[in-house]
Write a protein that binds this ligand. Structure first.
Ligand code: KIV
Length: 269
């Protein structure tokens, strides 16, 4: 029997960093996946805008709307009791004015049932983080590789390789913390840089492609389960091959229907 566990809150994640307990985080876009993460006692469930690529089949994360994020967040939050549900703020939902960002964050909280929002960007988005946090909505930052910048960056590359880029990422991390974020995602940066940032910040760092010294780790669930085969970056460890298992089962079903093996008497009334 698994022990009853307490509700995860931003404060609890902060305490986990102090106690050197690693934070586990994964993505979910629907009720079923969120139920599995909750049963697995994952600490933080992110309704990531990666759903644009993984769920909607789009080429990048730019087209997903606030209303779509609200819909998926509602599906996820219905399944979750103890994990902390964080919803991504999609492209252009927080760039126009801090007031508009606050209104959109409010929709993810009040209609979606999220308990925090995540915002990509460093120093530039700090006034927005400050506005949202001051209204009582916890914020997770996200620096390093920021997929919403795909049009200007031209691709998904490791960030912070040169000394000047690394310095900028460190400055961004401190600025995001100062603006009031309670945790920060570090995406695709060298392990040594992530280690340095994690030791300098008092808020937890959650790495994806950022090495083992972060205070926690996050992956896209569909990637770790081997469901989304289009994407296999170096940092990904595939823990299952659900795509191939599912295709084999579906083919078997189709063969059984075609040759009359299903339904048998056992599956008939
Ligand atoms: O959108 C997403 O799924 C994310 C994680 C990969 C960090 O931002």
């Amino acid at each position: 029997m698994t022990a009853e566990r307490a509700k995860i809150t931003p404060k609890k994640l902060f305490a986990m960093k102090q106690e050197k307990k690693k934070i586990t985080a994964l993505t979910a876009y629907d009720f079923l996946c969120a139920s599995m993460l909750e049963e697995s006692q994952v600490d933080l469930i992110l309704v990531g805008d990666s759903l644009a690529m993984v769920f909607q089949g789009k080429p990048n994360t730019l087209e997903v709307s606030v209303d779509e994020m609200v819909y998926h967040t509602r599906c996820v939050s219905r399944a979750v009791k103890n994990a902390l549900v964080v919803a991504d703020m999609p492209f252009l939902s927080y760039h126009i004015t801090p007031e508009e960002a606050l209104r959109n964050a409010g929709k993810l909280i009040r209609t979606g049932g999220a308990e925090a929002v995540k915002i990509e960007g460093g120093t530039d988005v700090c006034p927005t983080i400050d506005r949202i946090v001051k209204a009582g909505i916890p914020v997770v930052g996200h620096i390093g590789l920021t997929p919403q910048d795909i049009l200007t960056s031209g691709g998904y590359f490791v960030q912070g390789i040169s000394d000047s880029d690394a310095e900028q990422i460190i400055a961004d991390a401190h600025a995001v913390q100062k603006a009031g974020a309670f945790a920060i995602v570090l995406e695709c940066i060298p392990a040594q840089l992530a280690k340095k940032i994690s030791s300098q910040l008092h808020i937890p760092t959650i790495g994806i492609g950022a090495g083992k010294q972060c205070d926690g780790q996050i992956l896209v669930t569909h990637d770790l389960l081997g469901m989304f085969k289009k994407f296999k970056p170096k940092f990904l460890k595939q823990y299952a091959n659900i795509h191939d298992t599912s295709v084999a089962a579906i083919k078997q079903y189709a063969d059984d229907v075609r040759n009359g093996a299903y339904p048998s008497d056992e599956h008939s009334y």
